[in-house]
Design a protein around this ligand. Structure first.
Ligand SMILES: [Zn+2]
Length: 316
């Protein structure tokens, strides 16, 4: 079975989301109120952004991990008994967090609370998800679990039904950063991104970051710091990022994620969150050529022009 593994780059998150050197386990803050993006001032006739739109259509994929809650635990441990011997298992309201024998239960409990909250945000936009989060003890173990994908530079990766934490990078994230990463990866799980070869990478990653940042309260210029610096210097991307722009080690990897995020943020601001979900469905259904006209009523060229104007307005 061919599985496309997906991850969240740390690069774009480091400036805004990390707490050097290694943060203590932070207290769990209350879930902040919704932080709609607001209409872009430079774009006329933009409707206001609804705080959230309950998804009235079926989710992208069946709820992973549904059924016997003991099932996923046994499956995970059975796959790699060398890593998960004497595993510590913490159940949240909806989440399941599995750590190694060396894990601190308090950290797993913190992750379960965050995964529960992230799962609720994801469910509002992308559909229900039952968070299954694996917490290996070392980067080497994370690499083993994520193979053949690399975890280099990633805080976590998403597979079809689970999120694998890269403990070294994840520990460097702030509380807000952990929530963003979890919501990002759980969005991939909810949308079935791991087995979706049709949806363009900019939409897969931009949509995951759209959900990831939705309740973060992080200002757009902070979350898109690298891209904002370029825009302020007069350099505006001319085209949506392609698959190569998201390759590990790509020279503008952080900017690619930020461009993709702002493309999705623009769609939600201009057309509404439901239209963003509809766009994703059009692409994932295989209609690449007709997706933008059908979901948004615009050509690819007009969409690109509007996205560029939005980036300039948001980041200048
Ligand atoms: Zn991703």
């Amino acid at each position: 079975m061919r599985v496309v593994w997906l991850g969240t780059v740390l690069a774009g998150l480091l400036a805004a989301l990390t707490v050097p050197p290694v943060p203590p386990v932070p207290p769990v803050p209350p879930v902040p109120p919704s932080t709609p993006s607001g209409p872009p001032s430079a774009l006329p006739a933009a409707p206001s952004v609804p705080a959230s739109i309950p998804l009235s259509v079926p989710p992208f994929a069946p709820v992973p991990g549904a059924g016997d809650p003991r099932g996923p635990t046994d499956a995970v441990i059975g796959e790699r008994p060398d890593i998960w011997a004497r595993a510590k298992v913490v159940r949240g309201a909806r989440s399941l967090v599995i750590g190694t024998a060396a894990a601190r239960v308090e950290e797993l409990e913190d992750l379960a609370r965050r995964a529960d909250r992230a799962g609720l945000v994801v469910a509002e936009v992308a559909g229900p998800v039952r968070p299954l989060v694996l917490v290996p003890a070392t980067t080497a173990q994370a690499a083993t679990l994520a193979a053949p994908a690399s975890v280099n530079g990633l805080a976590a990766v998403a597979a079809a039904d689970r999120v694998i934490v890269e403990p070294g990078s994840f520990a460097r994230l702030s509380a807000a950063g952990r929530d963003v990463v979890l919501a990002h990866e759980l969005t991939h799980v909810a949308t079935g991104a791991a087995t979706d070869a049709r949806t363009p990478k900019w939409l897969v990653e931009g949509f995951a970051d759209y959900v990831g940042y939705l309740r973060s309260g992080i200002p757009v210029r902070a979350a898109a710091a690298e891209l904002a610096a370029e825009v302020r210097a007069g350099r505006l991307p001319s085209a949506l990022p392609g698959p190569d722009d998201f390759a590990p080690g790509a020279p503008r990897l952080a900017q690619a994620y930020e461009e993709a995020w702002l493309a999705c943020r623009y769609v939600a601001a201009r057309y509404g969150e439901r239209a963003l979900v509809a766009l994703y469905r059009e692409f994932s259904g295989g209609d690449a050529a007709g997706a933008l006209p059908r979901a948004l009523g615009v050509s690819a060229g007009r969409f690109t022009a509007a996205w560029r104007a939005y980036m300039k307005a948001e980041l200048s």
